[in-house]
Design a protein around this ligand. Structure first.
Ligand code: CP
Ligand code: NVA
Length: 302
């Protein structure tokens, strides 16, 4: 068994395998529904933050593979009354074969994972969203292929950005990130992306200039300016990074627009771009379903 907690621990080869497997499972829906490769295994999903896509995609992906699922969320479980996460995990490992968790800090989760003998899947932390990245890479490959692709990420250098940075570099996709000063991706992820990019031949650029990032981009990606757990954060500083019709003029004419969702029209993206023919956000959301299956198979593989 394997954990799927940090993209830093999943090498480029495995990321590529996960994306290829997601594509295979998407193309062969009947195969995975009939084979039930994880029949009768139990999956528990812990949500300490809200979720629509991750929760549904995980749940249906698991069921299509033959698993049973149960959700533990903060409001209706003892987590909301202060039961420690480690105790919750120790109970769950007596009932279930794998756990998906959406939580706050990455570090405590990594500590917990050393004590837990069933696979743990990171369904988003403050630092990472690796499940999202596998679906994003699948979407990029489907829409743009693998060769000479440039992705521009704009806005807040958050969890989605950290994971995407390493994911793109792992597959040889150029990734240019533009954020305000002080809001860039975490140094560990930049370093790892640069190391992987050296091997795959892709470019990694971190800048404060949105036009430099978007210039000739094939993919424009953004995410919310205020992530879950950051309520009250100032938004003004992100305005130059809004994806709007002026900014996208610098991209390739056939660029695609991506967003992990939920989106805030009028903040990180204007309505005209979000709802345009360039936008692939719902294909991207669908790919969460296929990539969760690949991730579930991966954590149970040897
Ligand atoms: N993109 C994503 O993770 O969406 P949810 O927060 O709805 O799960
Ligand atoms: N960065 C966002 C992603 C939501 C899927 C957040 O953490 O809230």
């Amino acid at each position: 068994m394997k954990h799927f907690i940090s993209i830093l621990d999943i090498n480029s080869k495995d990321i590529e395998k996960l994306v290829n497997m997601s594509f295979y499972l998407k193309m062969n829906k009947r195969f995975n529904k009939n084979e039930k490769l994880l029949k009768d295994k139990n999956l528990v999903l812990i949500f300490e933050k809200p979720s629509t896509r991750t929760r549904l995609a995980f749940d249906f992906a698991a069921k299509e593979l033959g698993m049973n699922t149960a959700v533990v969320d903060k409001t209706s479980s003892q987590l909301g009354r202060g039961e420690p996460l480690i105790d919750t995990f120790k109970v769950i490992e007596r009932y279930a074969d794998a756990v998906g968790i959406r939580t706050f800090k990455q570090k405590p989760l990594e500590e917990i994972s050393k004590e837990i003998k069933i696979p743990i899947i990171n369904a988003l932390t403050d630092e990472e969203h690796p499940c999202q990245t596998i679906a994003d890479l699948l979407t990029i490959l489907e829409k743009k292929g693998k060769k000479n692709v440039k992705v521009a990420y704009l806005g807040d250098g958050n969890n989605v950005c950290n994971s995407l940075l390493v994911g793109c570099a792992s597959l040889g996709i150029d990734i240019f990130v533009a954020t305000p000063k002080g809001y860039g991706p975490n140094e560990n992820y930049i370093k790892e992306a640069e190391n992987r990019a050296k091997k795959t031949g892709s470019k990694v650029l971190i800048t404060n200039d949105p036009i430099e990032a978007v210039k000739d981009a094939d993919v424009i990606y953004t995410d919310v300016w205020v992530s879950m757990g950051e309520e009250g954060k100032e938004k003004e500083i992100f305005k130059p990074y809004q994806v709007n019709k002026e900014l996208v003029k610098h991209a390739k004419k056939d660029f695609i627009f991506m967003h992990c969702l939920p989106a805030h029209r009028g903040e990180e993206v204007t309505k005209d771009i979000m709802d345009s023919l360039h936008s692939v956000v719902f294909d991207q959301a669908e790919n969460r379903l296929h990539s969760h299956k690949a991730i579930l198979l991966y954590v149970f593989s040897r």
